[in-house]
Design a binder for this molecule. Structure first.
Ligand code: ARG
Ligand code: ZN
Length: 871
């Protein structure tokens, strides 16, 4: 039943060309596939042909035009077997009929608001026709799509449009041909009544590419930012990685029912409309940034994913980690690089570190899976990207670029492995990367302890480093890894000190910690420098240093590395909050040093307001829960964080209200990074300024909410109001809902905000919202907005001491599973940290998981998550 990396072998039969004829119908879409099949030269000679299926019924079959005898083959819902297939190449014709309307899993061919669309990654193509549905079978696809012209005036496929025309009875057709061999998971088609926004892009070698974004009629004016982001992505990939687009068309379709963010189908990306549509009045700055990043991500897959794909699904990080790394670099170039890095590390720690510290921990390249859909995780994506960033620090930017160039040339057209990828960097850098490869094989977050010694007489400064690795599921003992730690030493004057070893040799600013322990001594330090280590978060580790609160306050002001300036402040806040959560705020120190550091950041905020906003954003409640690790009491964490916010507010009060006017953004809204940074700072300041809930201040916030001319400020003010019970809040929520009554994406924000209110009444509010017309159990965005933000974004209420939050999530998961297993499994992973809870909650969380486990008919998706969670 489980799939194992060690058991990989080539397919016995491969497909070279695919001709699909698809006649769209709401409930009975006819799919005729003509496949050029041949035995794989390395496969088992004479093996039966075995193709994947999922919920299929075979209507017709022919081998080289002749219908085989009934006993010559066997077709079930999930498999087609031909017992004695021809020994050489042959033509296999298959006819299946599928029901897109009934497809609530949103995998394969389904309908979203009347539009026919597909999602084939990872294993959705087998829900359309029988096929060797695995990424190492590459074929050239030609797709003819036929439909009633009124229902689907737009017919889109992969590659280039080669033919289109009208048919009798109000019908029409289009033929698309994709010359680039690709695996079945990159197949896509769309049919529907959609509006098109078009543009062109000329590649550096002069190819004119027609760009199209297809959306619901009436939403055309919401596509401009996505189109601009697409053009910037195309240019950037040429400049940064030498990757040029390779078809005459690039289309994006936005649909409102989508399990994930978006999908990189060749020449026909399909997006969750949340990541396409934006106007100043509908989208926040964060939404704009997410659209930019995801448009880039899917576009960048054209090379890292499509031209070079994965041999098998264990290699998923080969395309996802690398493509996340590329989209992060793109956003870093488009925006403040330091702030982008900080935002990425925040996300990494809150999602990936949490995942890696619990029962769902797995290596970036897993070796076994029961359900591949459950491996589209923060570990594969975000840690996968971190590994590549760490590799770049380790071997240097030039060797890294040579390695990338080599990879893109050597493996173009391949279904490759992580070994293939790393080999390119080993070759380009002349280094043995065997130890580095452990990053892909060992799960868990490495822990590094740093201690320093100063000898004023000898003028030496010694850094003692130690790495440890906690056990994770299936991995009790681990090898020391190679951790590239970027660092610097800062003198008492705040200046960077030159780095010399004891024997006077200049050293680079990176220590490769490649053994369990290592000490490095620097000379020329008659006075004690302050160590700034893991600059830019060069290695994705948990770091414990012996820096004092005073050192951290010093780094917050003087570190030349902006990331570490931010980290110093976070560490001060984290240390305080961890202590306060354990023994109460009164006994936890460090508030003055933290407040002084924040005051200094605010004083200097004009340099990069977005950075100041990040500095003023305290670690989240789940960050503190993760730091505590065991015996977590979410109420104590919430109280500690609230007390710290009030303490900071009382020390910075005047500065905060100053910031509100100093960083106002006059003039019409623009989503650019500089303006967004100013708004971010104002809105964090506003939140702190009003944290005491005084009536006059809330009235100011309510006025800002009413008068805002853009969604960022309007929603930020609403989020502040939502934290404070009372008539203002309810009135503002009601007005917001009325104003955006017809806009599902905006009402998602409204749902999410209410689900995150840290009050005992929230669970009842969430349950009542399940019946609200703004909510729909069948739409993944709605479910994530309401139930997802309750379970993952509301620490105190999901973790209610009476267990009602857990019971609620279990119910929703059980109810969702028969309809959409992927989304149900995703929701269930909110339990990923349950073992770290204090005993009472732990018992209740386990009971809820066991209720799910005891449900009679669970999908493979939910069964896998629940089994590993309880494991
Ligand atoms: N490849 C897509 C992306 O990251 C995600 C597709 C995920 N699909 C799934 N069924 N899990 O860009
Ligand atoms: Zn991706």
């Amino acid at each position: 039943k489980p799939v194992k990396l060690s058991e990989y072998r080539v397919a016995d039969h491969v497909v070279k060309t695919v001709h699909l004829d698809i006649v769209l119908h709401p409930t009975a879409t006819r799919v005729t596939a003509v496949l050029a099949v041949e035995p794989h030269p390395q496969g088992i000679a004479g093996a039966p042909l075995v193709f994947d299926g999922d919920g299929l019924t075979l209507a017709a079959i022919a081998i080289d035009g002749r219908t085989p005898a009934p006993e010559a083959y066997e077709a079930t819902a999930d498999r087609l077997v031909i017992h004695n297939p021809p020994a050489g190449p042959f033509r296999l014709t298959l006819e299946t009929v599928v029901d897109p309307q009934a497809n609530t899993q949103l995998m394969g061919l389904y309908r979203s608001s009347g539009t026919w669309c597909t999602q084939c990654e990872a294993e959705g193509f087998r829900r359309i026709t029988y096929f060797p549905d695995r990424p190492d079978v590459l074929a050239v696809y030609t797709t003819r799509i036929e439909a009633e012209k009124k229902a689907a005036p737009v017919l889109l496929g992969n590659g280039n449009l080669v033919e289109a025309g009208d048919l009798p009875h109000g019908r029409h057709y289009a033929v698309w041909h994709d010359p680039h061999p690709k695996p079945s998971y990159l197949f896509a088609l769309v049919g529907g009544d959609l509006a098109e926004v078009s543009d062109t892009f000329t590649t550096r070698s002069g190819r004119v590419v027609k760009l199209g974004i297809f959306v619901e009629h009436g939403k055309e004016d919401r596509c401009a930012y996505a189109m601009d982001a697409l053009k910037r992505s195309m240019r950037w990939d040429e400049e940064a990685f030498g990757c040029e687009y390779d078809l005459d068309v690039f289309n994006i379709v936005a649909v409102s029912d989508f399990n994930m963010g978006a999908m990189e189908n060749k020449g026909l990306n399909i997006f969750n409309d949340k990541y396409v549509l934006a106007l100043p009045d509908t989208a926040t700055d964060q939404d704009y940034a997410a659209i930019e990043a995801i448009i880039a991500h899917e576009y960048f897959h054209n090379w890292t994913g499509n031209r070079i794909t994965c041999r098998d699904w264990f290699q998923l990080c080969l395309k996802e980690g690398l493509t996340v790394f590329r989209d992060q670099e793109f956003s870093g170039d488009m925006r403040s690089r330091a702030v982008k890095r900080i935002a990425d590390v925040r996300l990494l720690k809150s999602h990936q570190f949490a995942e890696d510290a619990g029962p769902l921990s797995h290596p970036v390249r897993p070796e076994i899976y029961h359900e591949i859909n459950n491996f589209y995780t923060a570990t594969v994506y975000e840690k996968g990207a971190e590994i590549i960033r760490a590799l770049k620090v380790l071997i240097g930017a030039e060797a890294f670029r040579r390695g990338m160039d080599l990879y893109l040339v050597r493996h173009d057209g391949d279904a490759a492995t992580v070994e293939d990828f790393i080999a390119c960097f080993a070759e380009a850098s002349g280094r043995d990367l065997t130890q580095f490869f452990l990053w892909y094989r060992q799960s868990g977050t490495p822990q590094v302890a740093v201690a320093t010694r100063h000898d004023p007489v000898a003028g030496t400064f010694t850094v003692d480093l130690k790495q440890t690795h906690l056990p994770t599921p299936g991995q009790d003992v681990k090898q020391p890894m190679v951790l590239p730690l970027a660092f610097g030493l800062i003198g008492p004057d705040g200046a960077e000190r030159p780095l010399f070893t004891e024997d006077g040799k200049a050293v680079p600013g990176v220590i490769a910690l490649d053994a369990a322990q290592k000490s490095v001594t620097f000379s020329g330090h008659p006075t004690r420098p302050v160590l700034s280590i893991n600059r830019g978060f060069s290695a994705p580790i948990v770091l414990k240093t012996d820096l004092t609160a005073a050192d951290l306050g010093f780094l917050a002001r003087h570190d030349g590395d902006a990331y570490n300036r931010w980290q110093a402040i976070q560490t001060l806040a984290t240390d305080h909050l961890v202590a306060a959560s354990r023994k109460g705020a009164a006994l936890a120190g460090g508030v003055d040093i933290l407040a002084d550091a924040l005051a200094a950041v605010l004083a200097d905020a004009g340099r990069d307001p977005a950075f100041a906003a990040q500095a003023l954003t305290l670690p989240s409640e789940s960050d503190i829960a993760r730091e505590l690790g065991a015996e977590v009491d979410p109420d104590a964490i919430h109280a500690a964080r609230r007390a710290l916010r009030l303490a900071i507010r009382s020390r910075l009060d005047g500065t905060l209200s100053d910031a509100l006017s100093r960083f106002a953004t006059p003039g019409p809204y623009s989503p650019d990074a500089a303006a967004a940074g100013r708004r971010a700072l104002c809105n964090v300041a506003l939140d702190l300024w009003a944290s005491g809930g005084e009536a006059d201040r809330l009235a100011t916030v309510a006025a800002r909410h009413r008068d805002a001319d853009n969604m960022t400020d309007r929603f930020a003010a609403l989020a502040v109001l939502a934290q404070h019970p009372g008539a203002d809040r309810e009135a503002a929520l009601e007005a917001f809902r009325e104003r955006y009554r017809a806009d599902a994406l905006i009402l998602d924000k409204w749902l999410a905000l209410q689900a995150a209110i840290p009050e005992a009444a929230t669970l009842d509010r969430v349950k009542a919202l399940l019946a609200d017309p703004a909510f729909a159990m069948t739409n993944p965005n709605r479910l994530r907005a309401l139930v997802g933000s309750f379970a993952s974004g509301n620490q105190t209420q999901f973790n209610r001491p009476d267990g009602a939050g857990y019971a609620f999530l279990a119910e929703v998961v059980i109810a969702t599973d028969p309809r959409n297993p992927q989304v149900a499994a995703r929701l269930l992973s909110a339990f990923r940290s349950w073992r770290g809870l204090e005993a009472g909650r732990r018992t209740l969380a386990r009971a809820a998981l066991e209720r799910v486990a005891a449900t009679a008919t669970l999908s493979a998706d939910v069964r896998d998550i629940v089994a590993r969670s309880l494991g």
